[in-house]
Design a protein around this ligand. Sequence first.
Ligand code: ZN
Length: 258
Amino acid sequence: MTLSASNIQESTQKAASLIRAAQRGVVLTGAGLSTHSGIPDFRSQGSGLWTKFLPMEVASLTTFRRQPELFYDWLRPLASHMLSAQPNPAHLALAELERAGFIKTIITQNIDGLHHRAGSQNILEVHGSLNSMTCIGCYRQVSSEDYIQPYLELGRYPHCQACGKILKPDIILFEEQLPIKTWLKAEQASKSCDLMLVAGTSLEVMPSARLPMHVVENQASLIVVNKTLTYIDERAHVLLYGDVAEILPLLTSEVLRG
Ligand code: ZN
């Protein structure tokens, strides 16, 4: 066994014992969790599909109000990917930890719905979700199912059946506030948890990036699993540097074995 492999094993065991000891464990996830499901981080530059548009411009509330068609054309490949994507071993491992009672809440910055599809229950989608849409005219909320597919297949832009105005997916665009109720629950969960597992997020998008600071302030346990460095790494009790789709299943079996 190489030194790094034994280090990974030691860190995994340490993380597992912290998770087993927790009563109010919380997970915070981001784009890195879904890359194995084929969903690129739409905020990152140069990720192939999105280079034609600048997300900051096209995925903004201003663009949506002025030129919803432009927004929908940008959304097309992303929505197509998300609708056909399947949860990967990282999502499944977190769902298993929740089922076994070790995790109480999953806070996610992802809009792809993959935690739901993996079987997780208590999910706070702080950046919203592609699963529902709201009319910008009468605020009627509908399930995306009947609208997104016709758009993808026939190019029919989603309009409200009640008032005819355009429907906006319930995802948080640039310039838009986070859904307040969900956000307050996420803050509360972060403040009251005794452990936070940060997985697949480089903690660059505010205000979600701030949530682990509550954990540090309360001296609760903090575990970080990510491919790249984050600002909170030096405050973490355990740092597992690598691929979430490999590490989270290993960590989960270690927790369940104990
Ligand atoms: Zn309407």
